[in-house]
Design a protein around this ligand. Structure first.
Ligand SMILES: Cc1ncc(COP(=O)(O)O)c(C=O)c1O
Length: 462
């Protein structure tokens, strides 16, 4: 065991491949329910996805190869901030008076502020290779939009971002950042698309949701006659694949520290930062070589894993995407305006959901006041002001450390600090003023949204 604080890898140690957990899931017969075409209810074909994504990303979406190469130009851009540091939270351990060892991987070191740049750079690169000139996307808190805007700028690509209206209002500086990188940002729901107009007709004061913003961004690509492609910051297999660079580095860094995590923690919105950190460690668990626990942390305001249903549902509110089998609160679900905008999504990545359904992963939900309490403790101990999303992982790591103290256990805790919160200070301001509200989504509202799930034969058998 080392008393070292920072575990740093050299640029030459940036991984050369992404890890594809699908290969280990196939080997172990862990189910991989296919996405279905919403009209035919048959598994989608690469042709169905072609209007939205370039061929190379479609191939990554369906591959079962164990490793996927990271192209050299992508690794060159990663050098701006990767490998990210792994830090032992000595001062937090002391503050908590815990025998636990707490480590965090700091993805907020990316110039865009979060892990999202890992997939943004890769996605823009693969689109560029196929001559795409413009990408459309949605963003919740603005982290994904900032990352895609930066990556598009690096590869000289136009970028259109639909930003969930509540976040557009709560986080004006994120918009400015996206504009600085050259992106066009529109609050969603907007009047620019059919799906946005339909929502506004029903509810002119709609705060928006990721589901709605996805519909707008997908519509723009799908109706562009091939000129614009769509880019998603989470949920899809290829996005999770790109994020495994986090866990691959972290495995090496934990080896440097001479420790093996007993528990790996990450917050979950669509599931990409958690999966990116967890999957390279989960590989050993799937192979029966490790007993590490994996803990996905969500807000009580969007409790898709802890209170949702494992069924086929649309990825968006406007019913434009394929149906995917996931833990969902229903695609019509519009969450309360919590500050962790990036966690306000009704569903969850299908790969993560299958692993959760098969008990490889646990989940827990927290209301936002206790999350901010943890974030403030962390800032005072470690100096980093975390993104409200990432603060969910901090809450859970602290609770694991306190539980270890109660049980007198030496527990090794590893969590992903997915982003910094420098643009989220108004949320901190509200917490410090005592005016932050907790939300637990009411059971009736979840039941109502679930009653509008699409009819898929298989669901009747559930
Ligand atoms: C800092 C940060 N962490 C986590 C998330 C949640 O997304 P995911 O579950 O895909 O990592 C977001 C989403 O915007 C985010 O900005």
């Amino acid at each position: 065991m080392s008393e070292q604080t920072k575990f740093i890898l050299g640029e030459n140690e940036i991984p050369k491949t992404y890890y594809n957990i699908v290969s280990d899931m196939v080997a172990k017969n862990i189910p991989l329910p296919p996405p279905l075409h919403p009209a035919t209810l048959q598994p989608v074909t690469p042709d169905d996805l072609a209007p939205l994504f370039p061929q190379s990303l479609i191939a990554q979406e369906v591959t079962a190869e164990p490793e996927v190469e990271i192209p050299e130009p992508v690794r060159e851009i990663y050098k701006l901030y990767r490998p990210t540091p792994l830090i032992r939270a000595h001062r937090l351990e002391k503050m908590l008076d815990t025998p636990a060892h707490i480590y965090y991987k700091y993805e907020g070191a990316s110039p865009a502020g979060s892990h999202k740049l890992n997939t943004a750079v890769a996605q823009v690169f693969f689109n560029k290779q196929e001559n795409v000139k413009k990408l459309s996307t949605e963003t919740g808190a603005g982290q994904w939009g900032s990352a895609l805007a930066m990556a598009c700028n690096f590869f000289d690509m136009e970028c259109q971002v639909y930003m969930v209206k509540i976040s557009y209002e709560q986080k004006p500086y994120r918009r400015v950042l996206m504009g600085t990188y050259g992106a066009r940002v529109t609050p969603s729901p907007s009047t620019e698309t059919q799906s946005g107009r339909a929502i506004l007709e029903k509810d002119p004061d709609s705060l928006g949701s990721l589901g709605i913003a996805i519909s707008e961004a997908v519509e723009v690509a799908a109706t562009s006659g091939g000129k614009i492609k769509y880019s998603l910051g989470s949920v899809l297999n290829h996005v999770l694949l790109h994020q495994t660079i986090i866990g691959k580095e972290a495995r090496k860094q934990m080896e440097m520290a001479g420790e093996d995590p007993d528990v790996v923690i990450g917050c979950v919105g669509g599931g990409s930062n958690f999966s990116g950190m967890a999957f390279p460690f989960l590989q050993s668990k799937i192979r029966g070589e490790s007993k590490t626990r994996f803990l996905a942390v969500e807000p009580t305001a969007t409790p898709s894993l802890t209170r949702g249903r494992y069924v086929y549902d649309f990825g968006d509110t406007g019913e434009m995407t394929p149906l995917v089998k996931m833990y969902t609160l229903g695609h019509t679900f519009v969450p309360a305006g919590i500050h962790a905008g990036g966690l306000r999504y009704h569903g969850m990545a299908p790969l993560l959901c299958s692993l959760y359904d098969n008990d490889y992963i646990e989940a827990v939900a927290y209301p936002q006041n206790t999350v901010f309490e943890a974030a403030v403790m962390f800032a005072r101990a470690e100096g980093i002001v975390a993104a409200p999303e990432s603060a969910h992982a901090i809450r859970s790591a602290i609770d694991e450390a306190l539980d270890a103290r109660k049980k007198g256990e030496r527990r090794v805790i590893l969590f992903n600090l997915s982003g910094h919160g420098h643009f989220d200070l108004s949320a901190y301001e509200q917490y410090l003023a005592g005016s932050l509200q907790d939300y637990a989504y009411p059971t009736e509202a979840i039941e109502q949204a679930l009653s509008l799930l699409p009819r898929v034969e298989a669901q009747a058998a559930d």
